[in-house]
Each structure stands twice: as C-alpha cells, then as structure tokens.
Write a protein of this length. Structure first.
Length: 1104
C-alpha cells in the first residue's frame, strides 16, 4: 500500500501539494476564531456527587454569580470605605458600567415568578446582580437595615477595605467568560487609572473566578505566540545544522505549520459539536508542532539516504514512503492509541486534549507521507541546495555503523551487565520522590506569584476569609409539607459545624448566605448552606466527613462546591488510572507485536517506558511539589493537578514508545537481512541514534518554549516532556536498550508459534526492501559499487553486514541498445574480440565469487517502470550518460549483422520468408580439438551466404526463469548419418532484411512454417526444443558460457535437445554463436542449409 502511495504522490506531486495546502490553509483561516468557541468547563467529573449537587443548586437558584468578578477597593491612607464622598465616587464607576454594558451586568436579579414557568426560568437565567455596599436605593429603615447587612459582609472591621461583587450574564462558563471579556477593558481602565474618577491614591484590584480564568486564557495565547516567535526559528536553525541545507531545514517546519493550521480548523469544527476546554488549543500546538517536525525529520533524512545510495528521485520517493513513511504512520498509530486512552476519563478537559492531540498527530502523519514526499519529488537532489557542503555530507553505511553511535552500542554490548545495572538503579533513584506526590485542583496558584489576578485573589482571601470564592456547599432537598423539615435541616447544620477546618458556621439563615428555592417549576424545596475552607489541602478529609454524616429521614443531601468537585475528580482519576495503564500497555503492546512479530519486544518496551515514566514523575514531584527551583522558574510549589498528571502519563508513554518503534524498525530490518542480534542492535542504534537524538532535541526546543509559560499547568507538561525526552534519548536508548537486548540475545525475537502464525496472517510488519540496482544511477551509491553488463549488476556489500544472495537484474533493452550505439569504435572492436570463443571475455568473469552478493530487482518496481526510472525522465540520453560506471569490463555486445545478397532473382514474396526458411541447430559449447572440424568443407558453387539475423528488438525484456534440465532422447548427429542422405541442394537467397522490417525467416503472420520447410532427412535429424528450456531474451547479449550458465548446462558435442520453443525466442544473436554455426556449416555442407520455396514445391510435387 505504501509503495502505491509513494508512486501516486510522485506522479501527482503538483496536484497533491496544491489540494492539501489549499485545504490546510482554509482550515487554518477557519480556525482563527477557535478561542471564541472554547470553554472554561471540563475540569471536573460530571458523574460525581458534587456535580449532581451543583446541577440541583443551579436549577433551584440559578447560576451562582457572586464570585464572577470581585472589585477589591483599598482607599488611600486617612480615608475609610464608609466615607460618604468616597462612596459616591465609587458609585459613579458602577453606574457607568451599568450604562455601557446593560446586557452583561444588572443592578439586581429578577424575582422568580412562581405563576409563570417561562418567566421563572428566564429569571433564573438572568439572576446575575451587583452586590454594592455603596448603593442606597432609598432612605427607608428597611433599606438601611439591608444595606447594613451587606456592609457587614463587604467591609472589613477596620473599614480600610471593601469589595463589590459583580455578576456577569451567562448560563455556562463559556458564555460567562465571553461576557467578562467585554467588560474587562473597562474594569482594567479603572484599575490602571483611578484618578479618572477622582479617586487618586485608591487601589483597585480584580479578583474572582473570571479574572483568574481570563489571565489563564491570556497566558495560553501568549504561549502560542511564544512558540511561533521563538520555537520555530530555533527549530529551523537546528534543522539547518542537522541537514546542512536551507531547503531541507525548512521542509519539516513547513509541515509543522500546515499541521497546526489544519488541527485548529478541525478543532473549531468539533467545538461546534461539543464543549472543548480552552487548554486544548495550547496542547494541540505543542504536540502537533513537535510531532510534525519530528516526522518531517525522519522522512527527509531517509530520502537523503536513498539519494545517497544512488537511487533516482522517483525510486527514492517510493522507497522513502515504503520505509520511513510506514514507520511514521505506525508511530502515529501508537501515539494516537496512547492518547485515545484519555477518552475513558470522565473529565471534559482530558477529552478535549485527546481530540486535539489525535487530530494533530494524524494530520502530521498524513502530511508527512503526502505533501512532504511530493515536495521532495519536485526538489530531488536539490534538497541540499543553499547549504554548507561540509554539513550536508551524507555518510556511507559503513561510516554510520562505525561512527559514534555504532561504537557506543558496541561498547555497551561488550559490557551489558555493567551498563544495565547502574542505569536501572539511576532510574529507580529518580523515581523515589514520587512517594511525596500530592494532588490538587486548578486555582489562582497556577498563575505566577506576581500575576495581578493572583495577587488580588490572595489579598481578598486574607481580608475576607469568610467570603472565599471557593466554598463547600451543602445542597439539601426536603419536603415543604413536612413539619419537621426545619429541625432536620438545623440538625444537619449542627453536625457539619462539628467538623473543623471551615471559615464560618453552616447556617440555614439567609443572613449567613443561605439560599432557598424550588427545584424546577413545581419541584421540591431546596436550601443551600455554604462555608469556606481554612486550608485547601484539607478539602479531601472535610468532604469525606461531611458525606459520612447521618442524614435524617426524608432529607436528600449533596456535598458540592469547588473543593468537593476537585476531590471527586481526583478520586475518579485515581480510580480509573490503573485501568487506563493496563489498556495503554495492551494496545501499544499488541500493535508492536503485530509489527515485529515478537512477544518479548513489547514487554521490554513497556518496562522501559515504565522506568522512564516513573523517573519523570519523580522529577516533577521534586520540582513542583517539593519546590526545588521554584524561584528560578517563577512558580509556587503546590499539589499537582491530577488531570494534567494523567495527560503527562499518556503523552510520555506514547513518545517513548514512538522512539522505540523507530529504533526497533532498523533493528528488525537488519535482522531480516541476516544479521545476528548483536549486529542488528548495533546497526539499528547506529542508524537511528543521531536521528532520534536530533528529533528529541527539536521536541525539547518546542516544549521549552512552552516551559516559559506563565501557566503552571503548561510548565508541568513542558518540564515533564523535557525530562522524559532527555531520559529516553540518552540513558534509555543509548545504554539500557542495547545492554538489555544483548542480555536477552535471540530471545528478543521470541513469540509462541501460534502468535507468529497470527501475525503473519494479519500482515502487519516492517517493509524490508531489497536493493534495486535497476532503479539506481550507477556509481553514485555511497556504499554500493555497481558494475552493469547489459543484464547483470554485481553489488559489493558493506563491511557492516553481508547482503543476502540475489538474482540477476534486468535493464531495458531500449536503454542497452542506445548505450551500444553510443559506444566508441574502440569499444566495439574490444567487444567483438571479447565475444570470440577462444577468448570468452564475459560478465561472468565480473560476477562476484561464491558467497558474494548478486543484486536482483525486487518486486517493488514493475518492469514497465524500469526504463523510465533509469532515464529519470530525460529523453535523448544514452544509458552511459545516465548511469556512468566506475569500472566497465569488456562487453559481449552483438556485432553489426552482415547482410548477404543472394545470386537468385528476388521474387518479392516476403510473406513466405525472404531467402527461404532457415534451419538452425542449438548453439553448442566449444569442444576439444577435432581435426575434422578444421578441414574446410566443399561449398556448392551456387550456395549463397546465409543472411545474418537482425539485432534483438529494443523493447523491454523480462527475465526468464532458469529452466530445469529434462532428459532428452539421443538422436544421430549429422556426422553419423550416411553421406547419401546429405545431398546439397541449390537454394535461393535474398538480401538481408525485408522493407517491412520482418525477420527473414517469418511470414506475414509472424510464424515460422517449420514442418513445411524441412526435407524428410532434415525432419528426422532436426532437434526438437522443449518449452521449458527456451533461451531467455536476455541471453542474446551474452557469450555462450554465460548464457549456458544462466540457462543450465548445454549438451555435450554430439548430443541434441528434444525441446520445443517459441520461434521468437529461439534465435541467438551472440557473435560467438554465429561463428559456431558457420563452422558447423563448413564441416557438414549438407546440414543447416536453406531450401528455396521453388525447390520445396518441386519436391512436394515429385514426391521426394
């Protein structure tokens, strides 16, 4: 399949580039508005008890907007917040906000109308309001009492700080955040320039859920811009030094850009169908860009290797897609399978990231085997343009395998135990800090310590500890007709107040923040009591204690609120994490088994990934929980966000397995070619060590740009990927993998017989390509010295690993004919002399000795495409010009045919065979000295010279299978027959060739009338040929000994074959064969003669 893809991409390269680039560009333009469709939701488990309680509360009271925006006010020194003039100036700010944005904020919530369901639901949707301690509607006693109650909650005891709660319209997180972004410029102007309202010296701060969420959204947008501005140029510079050319360096970056553009467009489409978390955009950019550049690196590197081996551009593209392209697709499948395991988690955040990563990795693989090969097909050898020669030098296979990585793996395998044991101990030591890991939820602590929104939130929590924005809520449903319902609710409040760790008492009183409403239009009554936590780290214990309380009969209670949502999400993740890990190992292990046919390799890869993953988590715990380097990285130590931890596990496991695939692919390729396990490990490590290290370095640069993020969650992912990549590309791949495989030996490839049978039937596996000499430009290959002789190419194997024996390859007859015609006169003279029987100079002498490799053309390229591959779409050039060779031995080329003129008149009857019908015997091997053969035979005075045959046609020729020798019946030779049966008969001959271009011995239908052309004596003595021993068309350019060695042993002198063959494949054009036939004609004048048509008719009439 991949061969067909490579061929199609080469043939339709311009169309492939045009169509896919236009599609990706269109998706990129459509994806520019992705940020407007993303949500702040998805952090929690929607099936948990806390989520159900939140739904009940929102249905009964509407969305709680009291924590949306908090405007914290600190007057200048000497002024208190209860000053009337100061309050009037602050109230002007609120009035202007209401006037400018009436659809986003409102003074007070609408009272629900219990008589109209539509009005009731509308009031719940528009229940946002402004809690303003400076607003006094009238001066009545009730109004002043209500105002005093509000001020007791919004003013500090020393009257030095106050806050205004601003509810923002919206029934979900996405709508609320979008509306907040509308009023954010106005509020930011107030914070930056309070003097505009006559409040010089007053400090305004923005706290609350939406300012924190907005700061995170802005930080993620900045991360993407940073990656585009910093990461991409740095990656391009690294690729320039890796490839040594500007063009080659830009191609992976171009594929990365197309991948990001297409992924953002697809994510925008998905956002119309389901809710996507805002965090997904940054993860898509991080993973998509890094993976796409890595895949582009592998494809371009393999293409340059194929060109360095001497292949034409077409063959190099096809072979690249068949090898590196297949590995890229399989690697993408592994990563997609690993990330798809996130879909089993309940959080929408993880599902959003999984969607984005799956589509970005898939697009990276698709573009890497379509657009990138199409560009390479256009560039061809110009891939190395605009570069430095000393950087773009391509090493030979021997140089690669004897380079740093080959020597290192060789040293490791000479000391396997001394290398493996310390390496495993180091990884286990790095895993130790994981014992102190702590989990938490998302909060303002994920912003940098100096972020204004975080500072404002921390100041607000200190000044108003009882009004924390993250409260634990007790949502209680009761029967309004139950007279004991009030006592039961108070009993629950009293039991809850016995639990320590809360900032205030739970109370059913409205003065203490309790809410009362109806679940639905005519449902049961619902009451909500809330209290904040003194320490967020104790949320888990507090939630468990509240849920363990005894509930009175007829009461249904849910523990909700942000701390409960966080704790339930952590519990859900930790509960499903073992199942996800098992599924992750099984899926990736199954795919690796189907690819490599080994049961040991997937288990080894899983253990290696587990060691690397454990070390990575230990490093993250040591940094982010224990706080080492917190001041340098500008973050506050704290619990790890559980959802991000699960994401890191999936990504790191997928990446480590990805690099394992690239390494094992080369090892399996070497193993299939006959290398031992030790040699296969050395070859695989040598060929992939540099590429894997370069790919890891590039991905580290990309993730490093995100490591500069202000969002601690992005730091988690970036630092985790950097640690995993460094460990995987150095300690694990360089030391642990070679030493472990050396210790395992041949057991690395073990699997039960039934599993291997299943793997072969399914058909997955690595594509191991044979060398294709007919698709090469001879003399260009770095590790191959090709010698072409019409149909034979000998390949000198590299010193790293002997190649498997190969059969002969074929070259199109048209190219060979052009090469002969372009030869010099001296070469033609040498070829004629080499073709003589006494000096049989042939390419059998140039063939490799016993045990050496002989190249053959693999099935990857059809014969019809070989001529075009050889010519490389450059008509008018000869084979010598296209394929120069280093050593050109003497050819056994066909000499120029001699055209004999007959002494009889030409009747013009070309249809019946001009010059009569020729009867030939098979060419025989040169025999020992025979005095009778040297005696010149008497030639009939009227016998003309035989017309020489034409050269072989110049069309493509296909190799014939070597025939098996069949027993033949011995017939008397011409020398053994009585002289009376060998009567010379005058014959008629004509000049060589028909004007129609037909052979002289064929009629108009292209057939040879053998039966009619033979005399009774000739019919008895003529040999019959067997189809199984027909000579190959490729034998016509070889000397007799080479042709005999390719077709099998010829009969000894005096013996004949009882064989039958097609007339078109019977003729031999070798000059030595013609010399043998002339010698036999002189020895036996009555044999091998030509009978004219008139003589044939005369004999048939006379009954002779």
């Amino acid at each position: 399949m991949f061969g067909a893809i490579g061929t199609f991409v080469y043939r339709m390269r311009f169309a492939v580039i045009g169509v896919l680039v236009v599609i990706m560009g269109g998706l990129g333009l459509y994806g520019l508005g992705l940020g407007n469709h993303l949500s702040q939701s998805g952090w929690f488990d929607p099936t948990a008890e806390s989520s159900k309680g939140s739904v009940v509360a929102d249905t009964a009271f509407g969305r709680d907007h009291r924590s949306d925006v908090i405007l914290l006010i600190t007057p200048p020194a000497g002024t208190t917040v209860d000053d009337k003039q100061f309050g009037a100036k602050v109230e002007n700010i609120v009035d202007e906000l209401l006037q400018k944005y009436p659809s986003v904020v409102q003074r007070s919530a609408q009272a629900p109308d219990s008589t109209n369901q539509e009005a009731y639901e509308q009031a719940l949707r528009n229940n946002q309001e402004i809690i303003d301690p400076f607003y006094l509607k009238d001066n009545t006693v009730a109004q002043r009492a209500a105002q005093d109650t509000i001020r007791s909650r919004t003013f500090t005891a020393d009257k030095k700080q106050a806050f205004i709660s601003i509810g923002v319209a919206g029934n979900d997180d996405t709508a609320v955040l979008a509306n907040y972004q509308k009023i954010e410029p106005f509020l930011t102007g107030v914070v930056d320039d309070p003097g505009k309202y006559g409040l010089e010296g007053t400090r305004f701060q923005l706290a609350g859920l939406q300012p924190v969420a907005g700061a995170m959204a802005s930080g993620m947008d900045e991360d993407i811009r940073r990656a585009e501005v910093i990461a991409l140029p740095l990656v391009a510079v690294m690729l320039f030094f890796i490839f040594g050319g500007v063009i080659a360096a830009c191609l992976p970056v171009f594929i990365g850009g197309l991948t990001i553009a297409g992924s953002l467009g697809i994510m925008t489409i998905i956002a119309q169908l389901t809710e996507l978390n805002i965090f997904a955009q940054s993860v898509v950019t991080l993973i998509g860009l890094g993976i796409a550049i890595d895949y582009g690196l592998f494809i371009v590197s393999r293409f340059r290797e194929e060109l360095a081996e001497g292949y034409t551009t077409k063959a190099a593209v096809r072979r690249t897609v068949m090898t590196a392209g297949q590995t890229v697709v399989f690697s993408a499948t592994i990563i997609v399978a690993a990330i798809a395991c996130l879909l089993m988690m309940p959080q929408g955040f993880l599902k959003s990231v999984a969607y984005g990563a799956i589509f970005s990795v898939s697009l990276a693989a698709i573009l890497s085997i379509t657009v990138l090969p199409a560009i390479l097909a256009i560039l061809g050898p110009k891939i190395d343009a605009f570069g430095l020669p000393f950087l773009r030098r391509t090493k030979t296979k021997a140089e690669i395998e004897n380079g740093f990585w080959g020597r290192l793996s060789g040293w490791v395998m000479r000391h396997p135990v001394a290398t493996a044991v310390p390496t495993v101990l180091i990884l286990l030591v790095l895993t130790i800090p994981i014992g102190g890991i702590k989990f938490g939820g998302i909060s303002e602590a994920y912003l940098p310590p100096d972020n204004p929104s975080r500072v404002a939130q921390e100041d607000f929590d200190k000044a108003f500890p009882k009004e924390r924005t993250e409260e634990v809520k007790l949502v209680i449903s009761y029967d309004v007709n139950d007279p004991d319902s009030g006592a039961k609710i108070q009993q629950i409040a009293d039991e809850a107040n016995k639990i320590p760790g809360f900032t205030k008492q739970f109370s059913p009183s409205a003065d203490n923040g309790a809410l009362t409403g109806t679940y639905g239009f005519n449902g049961p009554q619902v009451i909500q009591m809330s209290a904040g936590l003194v320490n967020r780290d104790t949320a888990g214990e507090a939630v468990k204690d509240l849920r363990a309380m005894q509930k009175p009969a007829g009461i249904q209670m849910w523990v909700a609120g942000t701390p409960a949502l966080v704790q339930d999400s952590i519990d859900a993740l930790l509960t499903r994490l073992p199942l996800m890990a098992i599924l992750l190992v099984l899926v990736t292990g199954l795919l690796m088994f189907l690819a490599f046919g080994s049961l040991v390799l997937p288990i080894k890869a899983a253990l290696m990934s587990a060691l690397g993953l454990g070390a990575t988590l230990g490093i993250l715990t040591w940094i982010f929980v224990d706080g080492h380097g917190a001041s340098i990285a500008n973050f506050t130590p704290g619990p790890l966000f559980a959802a991000v931890l699960v994401l890191i596990i999936a990504i790191v496991f997928g990446l480590s397995t990805d690099y394992e695939i690239f390494l094992l692919s080369r090892m399996v390729e070497a193993r299939q070619k006959g290398a031992s396990t030790t040699e296969a490990v050395r070859v695989g490590t040598a060929h992939t060590g540099r590429i894997i290290t370069a790919a890891a370095a590039i991905l580290i640069v990309v993730t490093g740009a995100f490591g500069l993020s202000e969002i601690v969650m992005m730091k988690y992912i970036a630092y985790g990927m950097i640690a995993a990549l460094i460990l995987d590309a150095t300690i694990i791949r360089m030391l642990l993998v070679p030493s472990t495989m050396k210790l395992l030996g041949d057991d690395c490839w073990w699997a039960p017989r039934w599993m291997k049978t299943l793997q072969r039937k399914i058909g997955l596996g690595e594509t191991i390509l044979d060398d294709e000499p007919d698709a090469k430009v001879a003399g260009v290959g770095a590790g191959t010295r090709g010698m072409r002789a019409g149909t034979l190419i000998s390949e000198v194997p590299t010193i790293a690993m002997p190649a498997a024996p190969r059969a002969a390859a074929t070259v199109s007859a048209g190219a060979a004919t052009r090469a002969i015609r372009a030869g010099s006169a001296q070469r033609r003279t040498t070829d004629r002399e080499a073709a003589q029987p006494d000096s049989p100079r042939s390419y059998a002498q140039a063939a490799p000795a016993s045990g050496e490799a002989v190249a053959r053309s693999g099935p990857s390229q059809p014969p019809s495409d070989r001529r075009r591959a050889l010519r490389d779409d450059r008509p008018g050039q000869t084979l010598d010009e296209i394929e120069p060779v280093r050593e050109r031995p003497a050819r056994t080329a066909r000499p120029t045919p001699r055209r004999a003129r007959s002494d009889r008149p030409d009747t013009g009857r070309w249809a019946l065979g001009e010059g009569g019908i020729r009867v030939n015997r098979p060419a025989q091997k040169p025999t020992a000295h025979n005095p009778a053969a040297q005696k010149p035979a008497a030639e009939a005075p009227d016998a003309p010279r035989r017309a020489a045959p034409r050269p072989a046609p110049s069309g493509p020729q296909t190799p014939q299978r070597r025939p098996q020798q069949q027993p033949t019946q011995q017939r008397p030779t011409p020398q053994q027959q009585p002289p009376a049966q060998q009567q010379p008969t005058p014959q008629r001959g004509v000049e060589g060739q028909s004007p129609l271009g037909r052979r002289p011995d064929l009629d108009r239908t292209g057939k040879r009338p053998l039966a009619a052309s033979l005399s009774p004596e000739g019919a008895r003595s003529a040999p019959r040929q067997v189809p199984g021993t027909a000579s190959s068309p490729m034998d016509r350019g070889l000397s007799p000994d080479v042709a005999a060695s390719r077709r099998g042993a010829r009969p000894a002198p005096g013996e004949t074959h009882d064989e039958r063959t097609s007339p078109r494949r019977e003729r031999s054009d070798d000059s030595s064969s013609r010399a043998d036939r002339h010698a036999r004609a002189e020895e036996t004048p009555g044999e091998n003669r030509q009978i004219s048509v008139q003589e044939l008719l005369r004999r048939s009439r006379s009954g002779e």
